[in-house]
Ligand binder design. Structure first.
Ligand SMILES: [Zn+2]
Length: 343
């Protein structure tokens, strides 16, 4: 396990990727962020210090499954109840790294399924949301300043990726997962053997559209880099405190899943593993990104509670965004408006 340590400034930021081994682009995004930080000039590295973990879960990454080699979800393991918390070497190692570093800010990069942008009536607008931003602990459990700084980071990230035009960023559903790594950082939960770090970290997470093959790799990595750099700039140049964190409420809710929309043709239903005769809803399926029936990637509270998995998205779906009509998809000729005759 590796931590890239950059910079020497007083503002400290922790960035982690691929805690779930089947969510690969957090890894790529962290490496891109390291590269761009090293090329971004001295000012940021004098204002801030970064500890960046491109691959929190190397064994799970090798297997390309969610959990680690012991089949434990590392993002439910910073917790001491039930005797299962901090059971894993990754959790213990990174907990003590967090205690040593004491970051003010943390960002955690994940994948989710593919969701569409809804209109006011909840209908599919033929646009997909490629990026969701979330906070993994509900407000009532957090100190107000943690809630405010975390929302401020989220708003900055949202504004930055909104300008990209293609990602239709949205707000991840409200979740409350106290055993997740950045949740535990926000709460200042006891560590292994009850250790009290005496420290709390403002944090939020990104969820990238996933399960779609390499064709979308470039822009998915890019949206993370853009969002992280916007947050870094806001911190380094002292602008984060001026962000209206209340605008968190204005970030649009994440829409429905593409497979539940009219863009999921019946003839492809067999690709949805939930419809397979051997599918057992009570079985843990961790070979693919785990999501529950509500589409929340982060919902499983522990082993055995995952109730659905992301299907393999047909290749055609890579063209989903901005495809105006099915006739374009089927390869029919243009209507002549853009023919050579006119130019
Ligand atoms: Zn994840």
């Amino acid at each position: 396990m590796y931590i890239a340590k950059l910079g020497s400034g007083p503002e400290r930021m922790w960035i982690q990727g691929r805690i779930h081994g089947d969510e690969p682009y957090g890894n790529d995004a962290c490496l891109e962020i390291i590269k761009s930080l090293l090329g971004s000039g001295r000012r940021i590295l004098e204002e801030m210090t970064f500890w960046i973990i491109p691959s929190y879960n190397p064994d799970g990454s090798e297997h390309f499954w969610r959990r680690n080699a012991n089949r434990i979800d590392l993002n439910r393991n910073w917790w001491r109840t039930g005797g299962t918390g901090y059971s894993e070497p990754e959790s213990i190692a990174f907990y003590w790294a967090w205690v040593e570093f004491r970051p003010h800010y943390a960002i955690d990069i994940h994948h989710q399924g593919t969701y569409f942008v809804e209109d006011e009536d909840g209908n599919d607008t033929n646009q997909m949301t490629a990026f969701s931003i979330g906070i993994s602990v509900r407000q009532e459990f957090l100190e107000p300043w943690i809630w405010d700084v975390s929302r401020g980071m989220a708003v900055v990230g949202y504004d930055a990726v909104s300008k990209l035009g293609f990602c239709n960023p949205s707000r991840y559903p409200l979740v409350n997962i106290h055993s997740a790594v950045v949740s535990s950082m926000m709460l200042g939960n006891p560590g292994p053997d009850g250790h009290d770090a005496g420290w709390k970290t403002a944090a939020m997470f990104f969820e990238n559209r996933g399960g779609i093959g390499n064709k979308s790799r470039g822009y998915i990595i890019k949206q993370n880099v853009v969002a992280v750099h916007a947050i870094i700039d806001a911190i380094a140049y002292g602008e984060l405190t001026f962000v209206e964190e209340e605008r968190w409420d204005e970030i649009p809710d994440r829409g429905g899943r593409i497979r539940d929309s009219d863009k999921w043709p019946n003839e492809w239903a067999e690709l949805d593993p939930r419809t397979h005769p051997d599918y057992d809803a009570g079985t843990v399926h961790d070979e693919m990104t785990a999501v529950d029936d509500a589409g929340n990637e982060s919902d499983p509270a522990g082993p055995g509670t995952v109730t659905a998995i992301t299907p393999t998205i047909p290749r055609t779906f890579a063209l989903y965004q901005n495809v105006p009509s099915t006739s374009r998809c089927s390869g029919r000729p243009w209507n002549g408006r853009h023919s050579r005759r006119g130019s």
